[in-house]
Design a protein around this ligand. Structure first.
Ligand SMILES: Cc1cc2nc3c(=O)[nH]c(=O)nc-3n(C[C@H](O)[C@H](O)[C@H](O)COP(=O)(O)OP(=O)(O)OC[C@H]3O[C@@H](n4cnc5c(N)ncnc54)[C@H](O)[C@@H]3O)c2cc1C
Length: 380
């Protein structure tokens, strides 16, 4: 392991590997990435792989739209099949107030150039013929939303970054960060010290712990989210389906399995990643209601990971006041996979050029000193 680097990246999920790739692409290869486990062992390898642009804040919409442009070219750029499908996202409204809200959301999305639309239950049924449309009052749909395979994306970024000269250290845990007069001097790991001035905090649900290492208080908190995969079934579902009311999301993958999860409003913040029967019962009962054909599918696997949630459900990006060369790239609040391609490019621009092609000041950690208005829904 190198004992000195211009930049040290903490975390080997899509963010860390994406930043490593984008830095190398811009010519900065004196970079060391440290991951305490295997690559994609955090939220990235546990996520649903959903890529949606239908958000309620301008920032989330913009970051997702810019990221979709990158996902569309990723197979070619990274030289790996990321199993990207643009089958759309169908967001169903099951309550009257959602209809009004959804129409407002579509207006904002359309203003920013997104091709989303509000549709009737029968139009939703045309898109998903097996949908139980009786319980829905309408839906929003965006064809260019979709999903991809998270492990492949991470593998692609990591491989290309390594080929360009970045050093990636698996099973290497950051234990502390040395700082003098507000300046970072080195990162201490279980395998030794790496001298550096610039650290990227891409530690997902553990980002607040990295902040603590340099005396920086961060507002993001980890929340367990459970997820499962079923046996394979004939292909009957193109879009990812979500309901904000139920907190559910699910999609059918390329090989036929259904992957999905459901949020639990009573889940406390913790580092618990155990699986529960309660989750399976809640997920399957709502799944069967929305798409009865999936009611009797066998579940083959269930697991859990963290949503790294901020008070406004938008990411924390950029410099850290007081410890300027600690660069934040975390706090995605359950939708980091889909925005990471653009976020990681912006972080690389910030480090190499000192400025970004999209100004990200509004997403700085500093915003939490005041009042924040945020994303309305924290689901897939
Ligand atoms: C069940 C579930 C479903 C989800 N579904 C979606 C979805 O459909 N679409 C979407 O966009 N997002 C989804 N998300 C959110 C998404 O997974 C995350 O926002 C995204 O993966 C964050 O990536 P990351 O690289 O920032 O963090 P992570 O993937 O969590 O990576 C952080 C890494 O840092 C490492 N680390 C932590 N501390 C240290 C240390 N001290 N030293 C070294 N390494 C350290 C961890 O081991 C980890 O591998 C989901 C999340 C979950 C849990």
């Amino acid at each position: 392991m190198k004992s000195k680097a211009e930049v040290v990246i903490i975390g080997g999920g899509i963010t860390g590997c994406g930043v490593a790739y984008n830095l190398a692409k811009k010519g900065l290869t004196d970079v060391v990435l440290v991951e305490k486990n295997y690559l994609a062992s955090g939220a990235t390898g546990r996520c649903g792989g959903g890529i949606r642009q239908q958000f309620t804040t301008e920032w989330n919409i913009k970051l997702a739209m810019e990221s979709v442009k990158k996902f569309e070219k990723m197979n070619e750029e990274l030289g790996i099949d990321i199993e990207y499908e643009q089958g759309g996202y169908l967001i169903i409204a099951v309550e009257e107030n959602e209809v009004k809200e959804f129409k407002k959301n579509v207006k904002l999305q359309n203003k920013l150039g997104l091709d989303s639309k509000f549709i009737s239950p029968s139009e939703a049924k045309e898109i998903v013929p097996y949908l139980n449309e009786e319980d829905i009052l309408g839906a929003t749909f965006c064809q260019s939303d979709g999903h991809a395979y998270p492990f492949r994306v991470v593998e692609g970024y990591a491989k290309r970054a390594e080929e360009m000269g970045v050093e990636i250290n698996r099973f290497t845990e950051v234990k502390s960060i040395k700082k003098e007069n507000g300046e970072i001097k080195s990162v201490m790991t279980n395998r030794g010290e790496i001298k550096t001035n610039i650290v990227v905090n891409a530690a997902g649900g553990y980002s607040r712990e990295i902040g603590k290492m340099v005396g920086v208080k961060m507002p993001n908190k980890p929340f367990r989210h459970e997820i499962l995969a079923t046996e394979r079934y004939k292909h009957i579902l193109d879009p990812m389906i979500i309901s904000f009311k139920y907190g559910i999301y699910f999609s059918q993958q390329r090989h036929g399995e259904i992957v999905g999860g459901i949020g639990d409003p009573d889940e406390p913040s913790s580092y618990n990643t155990k699986s529960s029967l309660k989750f399976v019962e809640r997920f399957t009962s709502v799944l069967g209601k929305i798409l009865p054909a999936f009611k009797n599918l066998n579940i083959v696997r269930q697991w859990a990971g963290f949503y790294d949630v901020t008070p406004d459900a938008q990411p924390i990006l950029g410099y850290t006041e007081g410890v300027d060369t600690l660069i934040q790239a975390n706090g995605y609040s359950g939708h980091g996979f889909m925005v990471a391609p653009k976020v990681t490019e912006l972080i690389a621009e910030l480090i190499v050029d000192g400025k970004t092609s999209l100004p990200i000041d509004e997403l700085n950690l500093k915003r939490f000193e005041g009042e924040t208005v945020g994303e309305a829904y924290v689901v897939g």
